[in-house]
Design a protein around this ligand. Structure first.
Ligand SMILES: *[C@@H]1O[C@H](CO)[C@@H](O)[C@H](O)[C@H]1NC(C)=O
Ligand SMILES: *[C@@H]1O[C@H](CO)[C@@H](O)[C@H](O)[C@H]1NC(C)=O
Length: 380
């Protein structure tokens, strides 16, 4: 009898410490943690997400080149200064870089322009050719030609911006921008997405009066924003709900928001107009199976949040890329690659599409004429 008792103990001890204790601890942490995800709104749930554009290119990486490799860390948003022939981009290390594209691409040059001390995301050029920056950590900044930084605004109605994200400028000089979240900062953005509450805002800044106006609130991680070519409306991306919305700045519908694209095949980031009838929108990732579960069940998002908190990250991104959308919001083309994640946007210069990202140390350049999106039959 004593013999069998020893055996039982020697079996149960390891089992207890390697399996039962960690599982029990995980359960206790899970239930005690105050993080409380909520259901998404019904209007964002009643549709299928994954759709296919009329034209696809599923191997975006093939045929694309790395521009400014090793000289730009996480070039999040890009703006082209045609007069100077340079691309401005904001990097992870806080530097805004100026890239002069030369052929071959390896001969391009990169200049460190100015350092914001924060994380520059959206970039836009005003009428005087001065750079306006949506800096996630600092707020809305102007960089003068003398490379001086001026903080334009960092709060609205008593709430500080936590993730100043996208920016664009109308022909009349008004600056439109987004604060993706007033609750979480950029290093915590995943919790904003997983919590499912609308902490984002769409705002404007008038440079002649220095007035910041709140245009729309209760938005789900509003990210990129662009002024429509007719100057009547804004299109902005609500990353979490995988959709883009239209906000009228002029005309009889002024001040109202309506649907623009509801069926994005991924999480939209920046949006840019190409001057030729299309908006290009970066997709950080296609939705994954785990996200589809999380979208429906807040408790799954809580489990995902605990993974982020205690394990470090979720490996959830796949098939990053860009989509082209026409002025009515119809999907026209979808470029992506299983090897890409956190692609943030695309600007078109001539035949080339230049894409930024959150973490790659280069700008992706794709020759659209050599790598077309191929017409496809719609299979949802
Ligand atoms: C590119 O750079 C290399 C090395 O500096 C140089 O030899 C070559 O002439 C350049 N090519 C062009 C087209 O300028
Ligand atoms: C973001 O928020 C966390 C937690 O509040 C804080 O520790 C961190 O310093 C913040 N980061 C920035 C850049 O403000």
């Amino acid at each position: 009898m004593p013999h069998s008792k020893t055996t039982a103990l020697s079996w149960h001890f390891p089992l207890f410490f390697t399996l039962i204790l960690p599982i029990a601890a995980a359960f206790i942490l899970f239930w005690l943690d105050p993080f409380q995800p909520v259901h998404f709104p019904d209007d964002a749930m009643s549709r299928s997400i994954v759709t296919t554009a009329p034209a696809l290119n599923e191997q975006m990486r093939r045929g694309s080149e790395a521009l400014a490799e090793g000289l730009v860390e996480g070039p999040e948003d890009l703006v082209y200064d045609a007069a100077e022939g340079v691309i401005y981009t904001g990097c992870k290390d806080g530097w805004i870089k100026r890239v002069t594209v030369k052929e071959p691409v390896a001969n391009s040059t990169v200049e460190s322009f100015v350092r914001t001390g924060g994380r520059p995301l959206g970039v836009a050029l005003d009428r005087n050719g001065e750079l306006i920056v949506a800096d996630a950590d600092k707020g809305l900044i102007k960089v003068t030609r003398e490379k001086k930084l001026e903080l334009l605004t960092d709060e609205s109605e008593g709430l500080k911006f936590r993730i100043t994200d996208g920016v664009d400028i109308a022909d009349d000089g008004t600056i439109y921008f987004t604060d993706a979240s007033y609750k979480y900062n950029l290093s915590e953005f995943m919790f904003d997405i997983l919590e499912g509450n609308p902490y984002g805002r769409l705002l404007s800044y008038n440079p002649s009066t220095a007035h910041t106006a709140l245009l729309a609130s209760r938005l789900y991680f509003p990210n990129g924003v662009v002024v429509s070519p007719d100057q009547q409306s804004l299109i902005f991306c609500e990353t979490v709900l995988m959709r883009c919305r239209k906000y009228y700045i002029k005309g009889p519908k002024r001040g109202t928001t309506e649907k623009f694209v509801d069926d994005m095949p991924g999480f939209p980031d920046n949006i840019r107009y190409d001057g030729d009838g299309h908006y290009w929108i970066g997709l950080g990732s296609a939705p994954t199976y785990v996200w589809e579960l999380g979208r429906r069940y807040p408790i799954v998002r809580k489990a995902m949040a605990m993974m982020v908190k205690y394990v470090g990250r979720l490996n959830m991104e796949k098939n990053g890329g860009v989509v082209a959308v026409d002025l009515e919001g119809n999907l026209i083309a979808h470029y992506y690659d299983s090897a890409f994640s956190f692609i943030t946007g695309g600007i078109k210069i001539g035949n080339h599409l230049y894409c930024g990202s959150v973490h790659y140390p280069f700008i992706i350049r794709l020759d659209l004429s050599k790598s077309p999106a191929i017409p496809t039959t719609k299979h949802v």
